[in-house]
Design a protein around this ligand. Structure first.
Ligand code: SF4
Ligand code: SF4
Length: 302
């Protein structure tokens, strides 16, 4: 995990001029949860807050964004282009797409380096399919954005035991940029997340916050390249987390090789492993992050 700048020394205190936070992601990532946390924090602190949200499709790939504006008095719920103090992006390309909304001189971008490649950008059906996904390295980004934090929030969340806690890792980073009491952040996060996930989410929040507050400037990360096979005999391993699958059928419908199905318990299973090409479309589009595709070198096969 690494950062491109330290932000805590410039925490934004709510003032007469509204503070503008734009939260962006794709369907299922918890954009609305993040804006709910901000709204509750503002209410506790007696601040005026206005929000406007666009809900995407209930699947990965559906874009979701939320404008959050707070201060002593806020009149409009929408952040004009060029006026966002912070863009918090739960997906790398979404962060890039919303850059024009940042304040040119002082705006900060917090972005998960996770990539969710939309299916329409896939150009073939082979393993590690090539795609037309938007890319931009951190160094390029730093030339056009005043402050950038790129964090492997999904990786951190996996380390603390719940991949879906990536949004609270990002909230931890955000907490270092906004002048609210850290104990209030923790209380509000615990109020908003599902009860069974409080521990993992609070841990994720702490990890994000600690990391953002660290003293040293870490090495710049590059967004991960999609895993690609190196040999025709590479093996695909597909894991479906049964407890997370809600049986929505999306993966079954989008699989180009028609090798998935729902079993009698309405859980997705790999019906025909030999047909699976490892294209990752099911992984990208599962709204519950229940599918993980791994491409292993042939020599690792037992
Ligand atoms: S794994 Fe389950 S939740 Fe995910 S897309 Fe397939 S059916 Fe839906
Ligand atoms: S199961 Fe998933 S990775 Fe395998 S071919 Fe279908 S969509 Fe692609």
């Amino acid at each position: 995990m690494s950062a491109s700048s330290r932000l805590s020394d410039r925490a934004i205190a709510p003032q007469a001029t509204p503070t503008n936070v734009l939260v962006v992601g794709v369907g299922g990532q918890g954009v609305v949860m993040v804006s709910r946390v901000l709204a509750k924090l503002c209410e506790r602190n007696g601040l005026d807050i206005k929000q406007s949200e666009v809900h995407g499709m209930a699947k990965r790939g559906g874009v979701v964004f939320s404008h959050v504006r707070f201060g002593e008095r806020v009149y409009s719920p929408t952040i004009p282009e060029g006026e966002a103090d912070i863009v918090l992006a739960m997906e790398w390309a979404e962060g890039l797409r919303w850059l024009p909304f940042l304040k040119r001189e002082s705006g900060g971008l917090i972005a998960d380096t996770q990539r969710i490649v939309p299916p329409f950008s896939c150009r073939n059906r082979k393993r590690g399919a090539l795609h037309g996904y938007q890319t931009m390295g951190l160094e390029e980004l730093e030339e056009v954005v005043a402050r950038v934090v790129a964090v492997d929030a999904t990786g951190v969340a996996s380390e603390v035991g719940n991949r879906r806690a990536a949004n609270t890792v990002l909230l931890g980073v955000l907490s270092s940029m906004l002048d609210f009491d850290p104990s209030e952040w923790r209380e509000v996060v615990a109020e908003v997340v599902p009860p069974k996930t409080i521990e993992a989410n609070l841990l994720g929040f702490e990890r994000g916050r600690e990391w953002a507050l660290q003293e040293t400037r870490a090495e710049l990360p590059t967004p991960p390249e999609p895993e690609r096979p190196t040999h025709a005999a590479d093996r695909v391993e597909l894991e479906i987390v049964e407890a997370w699958c809600k049986g929505c059928d999306i993966c079954v419908k989008v699989c180009p090789e028609r090798c998935l199905e729902l079993n009698g318990s309405q859980v997705a299973v790999l019906r025909d492993p030999a047909a699976c090409s490892g294209c990752r479309v099911c992984e990208w589009l599962c709204p519950d992050l229940a599918i993980h595709v791994r491409i292993l070198p042939a020599q690792e096969e037992h």
